[in-house]
Unconditional design. Structure first.
Length: 246
């Protein structure tokens, strides 16, 4: 079963999945190795790798460390074609459908397509939606786009519907790295009710209540990154909350 088929299956059966987002710039080799071992014990389902802006070219090295210490599925979450590596298992082929920057709707995809077509990566077409969660983020700055207003769930729902009708297989709603607050349960709920494809939600989730709210509102995959960077032991905490939310 492919990674996408697993996500889809769990979405249909109501099982929530926990994705740990690894920003390669934020981990030393030793720190990542230790965090991976914790992730395995905690029962993390997926590892997303990438970021809006990477200073060091460490994507492939991070993938190799993760694979050397676990059997966790590695999924690229690329901020640019330079973050693509055949060492991973799969790639979120992100189209920024919340913005109007043609380069991130299709332009970068044209650059990456010849390589991806030849690669062994499982390609998962994903509608990426940035949501304003309280403060400007690297993602909104680098993408040169306006995020969806926090209190406009109808815009988010219509955007997600358009993405699904265009043939995208996943919707990724993101408050961005360092978001001041998570995406509202009302917006998640409205998007979930508007499409028949799995919903990924990330950005700003730091507490049990926020994680539970996102699960109850309909998120199929919860992505947490920033909170774990400073305390990898939180992987245990968030994984337990996820299990309770199933």
């Amino acid at each position: 079963m492919s990674i996408y088929q697993q996500i889809q299956h769990h979405s249909l059966t109501g099982k929530k999945q926990f994705a740990w987002l690894v920003d390669p710039d934020k981990y030393t080799d030793t720190g990542l190795e230790n965090s991976v071992k914790i992730a395995v014990k905690a029962g993390v389902d997926l590892v997303f790798i990438g970021g809006s802006l990477l200073v060091d070219n460490r994507v492939e090295k991070c993938i190799n460390i993760i694979k050397s210490n676990s059997n966790l599925p590695t999924v690229l979450f690329p901020g640019s074609p330079q973050q693509v590596s055949d060492a991973a298992d799969a790639l979120l082929f992100l189209s920024l459908i919340s913005g109007r920057n043609a380069d991130l709707l299709i332009g970068r995809h044209v650059e990456a397509a010849p390589y991806l077509k030849k690669s062994k990566l499982e390609i998962m077409p994903t509608g990426y939606m940035l949501v304003d969660c309280g403060k400007p983020t690297t993602a909104s700055y680098i993408s040169n786009t306006f995020p969806i207003p926090y209190d406009k769930p109808d815009i988010a729902a219509c955007t997600a519907m358009a993405g699904e009708l265009l043939g995208l297989k996943l919707i990724y709603m993101d408050g961005g790295s360092g978001a001041a607050k998570p995406i509202s349960p009302k917006m998640i709920e409205q998007v979930k009710a508007s499409v028949d494809i799995p919903i990924i939600v990330g950005g700003g989730i730091r507490t049990r209540e926020q994680l539970t709210d996102a699960c109850n509102a309909g998120a199929d995959v919860i992505v947490i990154g920033n909170a774990i960077e400073s305390d990898p032991e939180l992987l245990f905490y968030f994984a337990e909350v996820m299990k309770a939310a199933v």
